[in-house]
Ligand binder design. Sequence first.
Ligand code: COS
Length: 385
Amino acid sequence: MDYGLTETQVMIRDLCRQIAQEKIKPIREHYDEANEFPHEIVKVFAEADICGLYIEEKFGGMGGGIMDLSIAVEELSKVCSGIALALAATALGTFPIILFGTEEQKKKYLPRIASGQSLAAFGLTEANAGSDAGGIRTTAVLDGDHYVLNGTKQWITNGGEAEIYSIVAITNKAKGPRGASAFIVEKGTPGFTFGKKENKMGIRASATRELVFQDCRIPKANLLGKEGMGFIVAMKTLDSSRPGVAAQALGIAAGALDEAVEYSRQRRQFGKPICSFQGVQFMLADMATQVEAARTLIYAAARYIDGGAKDVSKISAMCKLFASDTAMKVTTDAVQVLGGYGYMKEYPAEKMMRDAKITQIYEGTNQIQREVIGLGLIKESAARK
Ligand code: COS
């Protein structure tokens, strides 16, 4: 199926497929085992010019959108979603600048990201503020022409590796979510350091770290949007980034399906390949149907957002919810098809199953996605009256 992709999108898909097969496949096990960040592959992304797929051409990007990013993330994640995350998490950290940055801020930061010279990251989550994003405690206090940041962000993807961080902090405690603001903070700013690097179940080739701010002074010019808009910046960013997580989940599921089909053709039991048994065929059929449904929903969501639709929270949450639940189900079934071998580290199915789990958790748990979808339904119904 060609899914109505443009010529450029087919080119992006084929290029990323080639990078995944030739450059990532041979080293994915090493990075997973070592819990190490894949600097060599980030260089490959930069050389292949895929870091700016979703960034405007005038800022050095390819001028595409979320659809182009999703295609790339899906292809890379078929082989290793941990490595693909360097690209996807950079997009998450870049969306606040794309959506709310001034022309000067865009001119200063986007070309560095588009060229692959700098990675980006998004800092919202804290130890006591995960699903309850409005509960963050990191503060930013205006002092002359600087803001002074204090607090700790937790579980930040690309933490320590990124040069450019979009950070949400409280500028007015009394106002709740309306008292948050968003800022750009550069690595190397005095008072900005990195804490614990996490040892994770899956996506082990990605860097997940604490960001620590201690009297970190950043120029006032680094404020994104207006003071008090931080919660909206965060929510709109997540609306744009969730199809990327969904594409990551889709890639994991599609990769696991490929492994399961191939294995079932090779593995012989009772004198026949196991793919000849209906019990296995039915499992593969269900897996493939779920993968196609996830892809179709993600592409629909990505096109809708790229088309400039205003209220995209519901469709964005739907594709993240469906694709990540699909990834968990399909990878679990792939391990089952591979049986004892599926449980062993010499086959990639167990890694895919470990990698899939996080997609049901980060960028909003699937319980939060259901809440967003539910609220969207109520809002739409109320608007019709
Ligand atoms: N776009 C624009 N505005 C939005 C919005 C969106 N997607 N979502 C919420 N808002 C606005 C609301 O309209 C509301 O505005 P008013 O103050 O004018 O009424 C304001 O933001 C607060 O919204 P709400 O009352 O719904 O906030 P809650 O604190 O109840 O939280 C959820 C809402 C749960 C949806 C939010 O906290 C969330 O998304 N949590 C998950 C965060 C997450 O994904 N974390 C993962 C880590 S970041 S990678």
